[in-house]
Design a protein around this ligand. Structure first.
Ligand code: BGC
Length: 715
């Protein structure tokens, strides 16, 4: 039996130059012209085509009417669900539940594949410290350790085996690389960073996704240090295909090869095609420049032909890997068995409630006190909004499937307490008589739950914000309720990014971050608000007090004057909520930090443990976090770095000893030559509930080795 690569080699030998180039061409529409091209073997892949029947018909044309019968690779942006919508990826990351991330991706893949889609342009693994950037919603937040776990889990989930044993869909780690570093959070803008930041912070989640088997990588729109990523040889040929020996497909972003012209990096479409291809972009998404110009380019530059064979082999190998040659068609009856089945909906609800973060809870305002004589006011523009609850990139989600907060209040709270609803405001502008109605509803209630935040079109691609507070009309709504009534206020935030809501934090009685929770938004929120689920989410990103503090992230470097001056004269140095932060309806106490060694060899490891006790009045889950600091290095190190976490369930009164092992993998860093090394010297270590608190210990790495060889692994 030939393996996939060998099968691809065999097929390659039969291909003409035109057919080879055809495999590198992808279009985001399929009309008469594209169908003609499919017949001529001039298109290898499509996106934005939907419906099992339609996709089967396109596959039939490719398989039966083109000379070699090579099936198409059909892609789509299946980002956080297909029809069943899970929380946005940033929200999902707030669950710190790696298994849930994998499960959600598996379900999304199964639903998409039942429609004939075999490739998703996900996960987005772009690191960012820039909450103004709309696409922060699509990633796993600011920390590289958490992002690594999320990248691998999502890839495993998408590519988990289908009933024939093939990856359900091919995953695509994107956008290679540096996209999250856009200046000012302006999408597509320039990025500049040192090779150190690139290798320490930006590249690792790509590497982890690839290690988990990601069959493709998408290049970024942006210019990195003067060379646009979609024409960047250093990134693609040297690092990705060279150093990492990556065997999968490299696809451009939408027209990003053609955009080399606007960047001032290519003269015209032909030059763009040549530069993109030479840099290592195997497939051109939608711009058509490969289709138009590669043939001529190879005639003029026969020395480049081996690159074409390499690109085509990558694409064909993935098609074999997905079983497309043996199973080009999807069984149209499968959709019924898979799409939005109860198990998927239940998972969406579970995942959404796990992603909710309790940020403040003064005097146990939450969980809501229900009872026959209780009156609950539900207020706010997002309390009954089906569309925005799904968040960005949820094209195949349907409004009618969404359970809003109001729906869930009506079905689950109204039988127990009196519910009054008032919209109060639109998301971006005031509503006529909105404030009056909202104030009246709040005045007549024992507690007001105000659901505010961002609409879907304030987050995601090119939806950047210069100011990341609540829209003014919404803050005015909360202010009016506070000013005019004495009713306790619970603010529920739905958003695709951290919000600078200092005023809300100071004045609301409770604050809950729900992100854009997806199809089961209302049920998940009610589970948390009434205490059927004890919140367990922790922030995967720092919340600033004001937009002016950006970038603000927990693992900053120390300055030379750390205690002498404040960062700003007009805003505190502290974030509103630190990375890793989140409350529960119970309380956890950390005690008795122990290390099994005070000194270890450079290739040695140390076990760090602490007792965590549930000291409150109900069972609850806690995300126990491990941080380190390498105190002195050949290059400076961050003041804290996450190196482990565990999400545990503790029954009321229960204590568990949670232990972590720090190995060279966690203790190593890139030294002054950018080589991975564990450097001797003192390390601080913390186990705690978030990046700002914890029990502290220390140990020393000695300049000795336990074993021969350097014993160090790169990660
Ligand atoms: C986005 C990608 C996406 C592609 C295809 C682009 O605009 O940047 O993330 O996969 O479109 O829809």
């Amino acid at each position: 039996m030939l393996n996939d690569a060998a099968k691809a080699e065999r097929l390659l030998k039969r291909m003409t130059l035109t057919e080879k180039i055809g495999q590198t061409v992808q279009f985001g529409r399929c009309e008469a012209q594209e169908i003609e091209w499919i017949k001529q073997g001039k298109i290898g892949s499509l996106l934005n085509v939907y419906g099992a029947e339609k996709i089967n018909e396109l596959q039939r044309i490719a398989v039966e009417e083109s000379r070699l019968g090579i099936p198409l690779l059909i892609g789509d942006d299946v980002i956080h669900g297909f029809r069943t919508i899970f929380p946005i990826p940033l929200g999902e990351a707030a669950s710190w539940d790696v298994e849930a991330m994998e499960r959600n991706a598996r379900i999304a893949a199964a639903e998409a594949a039942s429609e004939g889609i075999r490739w998703t342009f996900a996960p987005m693994v772009d690191m960012t410290r820039e909450p103004r950037w709309g696409r922060i919603a699509e990633g796993a937040g600011e920390d590289v350790y958490l992002a690594n776990q999320a990248a691998a889990a999502r890839v495993r989930g998408f590519q988990s085996p289908d009933e024939n044993g093939y990856p359900t869909v091919a995953a695509c780690v994107k956008h290679f690389a540096g996209y999250g570093w856009v200046e000012g959070g302006r999408d597509y803008d320039t990025t500049g960073m040192s090779e150190r930041v690139l290798r320490e912070t930006v590249l690792p989640p790509f590497y982890e996704g690839i290690r988990a088997g990601a069959l493709s990588v998408m290049t970024a729109f942006t210019d990195l240090n003067g060379v646009p990523a979609s024409g960047n040889k250093f990134l693609i040929r040297e690092i990705l295909k060279g150093e990492w020996n990556y065997p999968g497909i490299v696809v451009s972003d939408w027209e990003s090869v053609e955009e080399l012209i606007h960047h001032g990096y290519a003269e015209d479409r032909k030059d763009a095609a040549c530069k993109g291809f030479a840099a290592g972009v195997d497939m051109d998404m939608h711009s058509g420049v490969y289709l138009e110009h590669l043939e001529r380019i190879f005639q003029e530059r026969p020395d480049m032909l081996p690159l074409l064979d390499d690109a085509v082999l990558r694409i064909l190998t993935v098609k074999y890997r997905l079983g497309l040659f043996d199973h080009p068609y999807v069984d149209v009856r499968k959709r019924e068995r898979v799409m939005m089945i109860p198990e998927h909906v239940e998972q969406a609800r579970d995942s959404a409630r796990k992603s909710i973060v309790l940020l403040k809870n003064r005097g146990k305002t939450l969980p809501l006190d229900l009872g026959a004589r209780k009156r609950i006011g539900l207020i706010g523009p997002l309390a009954d909004d089906r569309h925005n609850a799904m968040g960005c990139w949820a094209w195949k989600g349907r409004k009618e499937d969404v359970v809003t907060v109001l729906d869930a209040f009506r079905s689950r709270i109204a039988p127990l307490a009196e519910v009054t609803y008032a919209k109060g405001s639109e998301v971006k502008q005031p509503l006529e008589r909105g404030l009056e109605e909202a104030v009246a509803a709040a005045r007549d209630s024992d507690v007001a739950v105000v659901v505010v935040g961002e609409s879907e079109d304030m987050t995601g691609e090119h939806y950047n914000r210069a100011y990341i507070g609540l829209p003014e009309c919404q803050e005015r709504l909360i202010r009016a309720i506070k000013r005019e009534t004495g009713t306790p206020v619970v603010v529920v935030l739905m958003s695709g990014r951290p919000l600078a809501v200092e005023w809300v934090h100071e004045h609301a009685d409770a604050v809950v971050e729900a992100w854009h929770p997806g199809t089961q938004a209302g049920n998940a929120l009610v589970d948390v608000l009434i205490g059927e689920y004890n919140p367990s989410g922790k922030l995967p990103v720092t919340f600033p007090r004001s937009t002016g503090q950006i970038p603000i992230y927990y693992n900053r470097k120390n300055t030379g004057r750390p205690h002498l001056y404040e960062d700003y004269v007009d805003v505190s140095d502290e974030p509103l909520y630190p990375f890793g932060y989140g409350l529960s309806y119970t309380t956890f106490e950390y005690a008795d930090l122990r290390l099994d060694a005070w000194q270890i060899a450079r290739d040695g490891s140390v076990n760090v443990s602490a007792n965590v006790t549930n000291t409150g009045e109900r069972d609850g889950e806690e995300v126990v976090q491990l941080y380190i600091r390498d105190v002195v290095g050949s290059t400076t190190r961050p003041v804290k770095e996450l190196k482990g976490f565990r999400k545990i369930l503790l029954k009321q009164g229960e204590t568990k000893r949670i232990s972590f092992t720090l190995t060279p993998n966690e203790l190593g860093m890139l030294d002054e030559r950018l080589q991975f090394a564990v450097e001797p010297g003192k390390f601080l270590v913390w186990i705690g509930p978030n990046s700002g608190e914890g029990l502290q210990g220390e140990f020393t790495v000695m300049d000795t080795k336990e074993r021969e060889g350097d014993g160090l692994q790169r990660h």
